[in-house]
Ligand binder design. Structure first.
Ligand code: AMP
Ligand code: FE
Ligand code: FE
Ligand code: ZN
Length: 279
């Protein structure tokens, strides 16, 4: 059980729990530092900050997780301490969320062509006010009995390159880094385990302002974590981490604080944010 979890999802994207409920859960579990990192959205941040006021021992860090693409697959970039009230940042994220709508609709119609008939209205309903994504489609498929477990949707249909997969409006990882920096945030490469050729990407992004690497991550084997810690060390990056908790009980889910992340991860981020805010 760790006291740090810098990767959590709420109803503002594809998580089960509201920002307030997540904060309460984290406080009850005895966490000291958490961040809310919804996909392409900071809509949950104000509510989480408000809820965190009731728990003085808990420090809440505003965050976001931006989806980007590379030819080999997807890359997610986390942003911490972003100015979540920035109108420019807000409209960039809004464009991404709008493109999520069209993309999700495209996947639903491709599924239809494959004989999998789920209602677009139901998918929208499952997403609610949150940034719509493939997990909402997967849940609609599950409800209708087209799949027997959540992951099957990705394995058979809507995983990257699958028969019902639709690409998003492309944003490059370096663009996400720039976007986060423009909102005075700290860009961190998310779950580098899922990136092919992480060293090259890290090198490239470091030169454009990347400051950290998510080396501690749910169900990552010790040797992979160690390799990422060495990679972070080689490039002078802060090693961060978190559970990527969504709350729906996926196979590999761990609860908030379930990944061993050292206090130093959060403290280093906070120190860097302080240093930058003085400039
Ligand atoms: P999207 O935001 O539409 O690109 O969907 C990506 C989200 O889908 C991730 O953040 C995860 O929550 C979920 N996801 C992606 N791949 C899988 C998988 N193989 N099994 C379960 N969930 C997945
Ligand atoms: Fe997600
Ligand atoms: Fe991610
Ligand atoms: Zn995530």
């Amino acid at each position: 059980m760790s006291q740090v979890d810098l990767h959590l999802h709420s109803t503002a994207s594809d998580g089960k729990y509201s920002p307030e409920a997540l904060v309460r859960m984290a406080a009850e579990l005895g966490l000291k530092y958490i961040s809310l990192t919804d996909h392409d959205s900071v809509a949950g941040v104000p509510a989480a900050l408000g809820a965190a006021r009731a728990f003085p021992e808990l420090t809440f860090i505003p965050g976001v997780e931006i989806s980007t693409d590379v030819p080999e697959g997807e890359v997610h970039v986390l942003g911490y301490f972003i100015d979540f009230a920035s109108p420019e940042f807000g409209s960039s994220l809004e464009r991404s969320r709008n493109s999520r709508q069209g993309r999700a609709q495209g996947m639903v119609s491709k599924l239809g062509e494959l004989g999998i008939n789920i209602d677009w209205a139901r998918v929208q309903e499952l997403a609610g006010d949150g940034a719509i994504g493939r997990p909402h489609i997967a849940r609609a498929m599950l409800e209708k009995g087209y799949i027997s477990k959540f992951e099957e949707a990705f394995e058979k249909y809507i995983g990257h390159g699958g028969p019902a997969y639709v690409e998003r409006d492309k944003m490059a990882p370096a663009e996400a880094v720039a976007l986060i920096l423009s909102a005075r945030g700290l860009p961190v490469l998310a779950h580098p385990f899922t990136v092919s050729g992480p060293e090259k990407l890290v090198q490239e992004l470091k030169s454009t302002g990347l400051i950290g690497l998510e080396a501690y991550y749910k169900d990552a084997p010790r040797e992979d974590i160690d390799a990422m810690l060495r990679l972070a060390e080689r490039h002078g990056l802060i090693a961060t981490g978190g559970s990527d908790y969504h709350g729906f009980g996926e196979n590999n889910e761990v609860r908030p604080g379930g990944v061993e992340v050292p206090l130093k991860a959060a403290e280093s981020l906070i120190a860097l944010a302080r240093e930058r805010s003085k400039k």
